[in-house]
Design a protein around this ligand. Sequence first.
Ligand code: ATP
Ligand code: MG
Length: 280
Amino acid sequence: MITLAVTGKGGVGKTSIAAGLARTFARKGLRVIALDMDPSPNLWYSLGCGIAGQPGTIIPLISRKDFIEERTGAPPGASGMVFRINPKVNDVLEMFGVSCRDGVRLLVLGAIRTGGGGCYCPANTLARRLVSHLSGEADLLVMDMEAGVEHLGRGTTRSAQALMVIVEPGLKSVETAFQIAKMAKELGIPRIFGVINKLRPGDDPGLIAKRLAEAGVITIFAFPYDPAMEVTDRTGVPVIDLTEGEKMKARLLELAEVIEKHMLVPGSSLAEKERPDSRD
Ligand SMILES: Nc1ncnc2c1ncn2[C@@H]1O[C@H](COP(=O)(O)OP(=O)(O)OP(=O)(O)O)[C@@H](O)[C@H]1O
Ligand SMILES: [Mg+2]
């Protein structure tokens, strides 16, 4: 099984690509779990899950204080308290998981806020245990991360076997990608892929790839700017379910195949035997 964390600056297309890949791999027959790690979760929308019309009801698991306390024995903001380091997690997907198209299952986990909020160790421990448990329940775990670099400090990101950094043409996005990649490398995340998104005529993907290469990242794919995404934004229909989205669908399939090739261990499949370790 593979855990893939999708990262990058705000608005570059992390959620769109994470959702598109989750659906594409599911169509290829893989058991896919998608995790929304953004404190403002909207992955359900891009995945096409059966909760349309009630986005306000999606409370990230990490924000459910009672639940964290019930499982760990300590409230998420408590500092200096003793808490369970092996909370029960094997029923969480069943309790909070949402069914989405193509059989993708979604769990809205959210992000742990640490800035000045006291010790968030119980929530962090629960999230890490959960990600580790879920990785045994699926062939592919796709994590849609919060924008920026902050999530790299968390065990959930560090347990990823591959990190995909999305970058759009533009200095800020490229620099954020560079920082993410550098930190991910220092943390020992085994594979870091670069994916360029929203490429327009005149943009030079080579320049972006060159900058990312300085941080040890191989750029594996580039998506052009596609107006079908605007239709998705307007209608709420996931791009791969739109007739206008045929090109995007084909590109997502291509990207999925490139990822498979990169993740392949000889004689194995994407569901390689490698298990996430407990780096933290
Ligand atoms: N290839 C593309 N062509 C055109 N528009 C795109 C493309 N990819 C994504 N977009 C658009 O860019 C916007 C941001 O996409 P998305 O929400 O996936 O980004 P994000 O990185 O997850 O953002 P956030 O940081 O807010 O979570 C959306 O309007 C989406 O439709
Ligand atoms: Mg997003």
